[in-house]
Design a protein around this ligand. Structure first.
Ligand SMILES: Cc1cc2nc3c(=O)[nH]c(=O)nc-3n(C[C@H](O)[C@H](O)[C@H](O)COP(=O)(O)O)c2cc1C
Length: 466
């Protein structure tokens, strides 16, 4: 069977699916969701989180300007959609995650935020505004936590996004607590009145570090306050949740509708399951390597994400085995060097498993809600997931001798192919969010080359002049 023709636009089936890709206010409730995490929230991590029970996934923050001039490129083999800058992928996604995917914007400008949203809206279900990042690279330009003390600007960005986006695309915000509860409630009131669909509260203040205990007990009043406003929107707790079981405790303490997990998911993306995988260096790591290879996930990014993995050991030699696997990965320079760890399966099979898991979950939800649901959007989402899964199965059941077909297609001069033997361009190598191409460092401007690691805070390695 011949491979589907690739194009800059999504294939017709994706366009059909996109009509049904919509979240509702309910989608943000009763869930455990993956937090936005620069670098750590990479595409394979998001897919494994979904496979293991995350109800929604947030993509890492991308600064508005960074995405504006990117080129949208669809990999015809895997369906991966890459938004490419001059020398790197700014952001990658896959249609399978679209119904659950919230794209987080870093912005201090309503117009730029809207332009950024318009650039990627065909590939996401919602947009979130980052109002919590306390790092100077964010706050110095008025973004992130700086918005907490500039509520006029914060709300004008949310309002602009709400007005510019079609109703089926949700707009949400992620804030931190302010030092005083009274100020927090005042801010929440203004934010909620912009018409957002959900509000995530990271239960730390701007000056608190991650090692400081999250003040989750302060959230109860926020939840009650939002209810008292007569708004049916979800309040999502963030801070110190360890996994699906722990989310129940947090919900009880805070009354929050849902719980968002960052670091625990960075350590183990299966923590959304009531039975998360243990010994993940032997269970998840091989699958993560295979899926990353199949999706052409950048090797350095894959390595970084794997280096963050931690889980309990259940076997006597677990610790030694983890050490061996870690050391092998650290020394490796490409996916080929870790073939032994990756084992026999192909990433394509891992991908199919993810599709089946999402399909099964949606199927179960469908059965549960059949008699009572009156929410056409929810039904649409279930149908969408089934259609997605069926379509993807059909697509992946085509012979996918990836490197061969890529070589053939590359020869045919197709610019959308990731050439054989290469990988997607390099994402940023610091924990700064992706910044705009126009914010090149001085040496980069002089040399005309783009920094490899485009962070605005120096220490960026530059493309070696040829
Ligand atoms: C590696 C890493 C990257 C992060 N990147 C983002 C980001 O892009 N946007 C954001 O709003 N928060 C970001 N955060 C903060 C988390 O989303 C979350 O608010 C914080 O870690 C607290 O949650 P936790 O206690 O579950 O880790 C990041 C955190 C980590 C550890």
């Amino acid at each position: 069977m011949s491979r589907r023709v690739h194009s800059e636009s999504p294939p017709p089936r994706c366009a059909k699916r996109a009509k049904m890709d919509r979240l509702t206010l309910e989608s943000f409730k009763n869930g455990v969701v993956l937090a936005p995490m620069v670098r750590s929230g990479a595409l394979p991590t998001r897919l494994f989180a979904l496979k293991h029970g995350a109800t929604l996934v947030w993509a890492p923050e991308t600064v508005d300007k960074a995405i504006l001039h990117s080129e949208r490129v669809v990999d015809p083999v895997t369906g991966v959609v890459s938004y490419n800058g001059k020398s790197r992928a700014i952001w990658t996604t896959h249609p399978i995650e679209k119904p659950y995917l919230i794209y987080q914007i870093g912005s201090a400008d309503p117009e730029l935020a809207v332009q950024a949203a318009k650039t990627v809206m065909q590939d996401v279900a919602g947009f979130d505004l980052n109002c919590g990042c306390p790092k100077p690279f964010s706050t110095h330009s008025g973004m992130g936590a700086a918005l907490l003390t500039n509520p006029d600007l914060l709300c004008s960005i949310l309002t602009a996004l709400r007005e510019a986006m079609p109703p089926e695309i949700t707009i949400t915000a992620k804030i931190r607590l302010l030092p005083s509860q009274e100020d927090t409630l005042k801010l929440v009131e203004r934010i909620v009145n912009t018409g957002i669909s959900a509000l995530t509260v990271h239960c730390r203040t701007r000056n608190m570090r991650d090692r400081d205990r999250a003040m989750i007990e302060r959230l109860k009043e926020v939840v009650e306050f939002v209810k008292g406003m007569g708004k049916d929107i979800a309040v999502i707790e963030n801070g110190d949740c360890l996994g699906a079981q722990d989310a129940e405790r947090i919900r009880e303490v805070t009354g929050a509708h849902s719980v968002m997990i960052a670091r625990a998911a960075e350590s183990n993306p299966t923590c959304f399951s009531k039975t998360p995988l243990a010994d993940i260096h032997e269970t998840l790591v091989p699958a993560y390597l295979r899926l990353s290879k199949y999706l052409d996930n950048n090797w350095s990014l894959t390595k970084f994400c794997l280096s963050q993995f931690k889980s309990p050991h259940t076997k006597p030699n677990g610790k030694a085995e983890e050490k061996r696997i870690r050391e092998t990965i650290v020394k490796s320079r490409s996916f080929d060097d870790v073939a032994d760890i990756a084992g026999g399966w192909t990433g394509e099979e891992d991908f199919e498993e993810i599709v089946r898991a999402i399909e099964a979950r949606e199927g179960a939800a469908n059965e549960k809600s059949k008699p009572s649901t009156s929410d056409a959007n929810v039904t649409g989402k279930q149908e969408q997931a089934q259609l997605t899964a069926a379509t993807l199965r059909e697509e992946v059941s085509q012979p996918l001798s990836s490197s061969l077909s890529r070589a053939v297609e590359a020869k045919s001069g197709n610019k959308y192919i990731t050439p054989p033997g290469t990988q997607n361009p390099h994402p940023p190598a610091s924990d700064a969010p992706l910044m705009s191409d126009v914010q090149m460092t001085l040496p980069a401007l002089i040399s005309g080359k783009e920094p490899m690691t485009p962070t605005p805070i120096g220490g960026t390695s530059l493309v070696t002049p040829v």
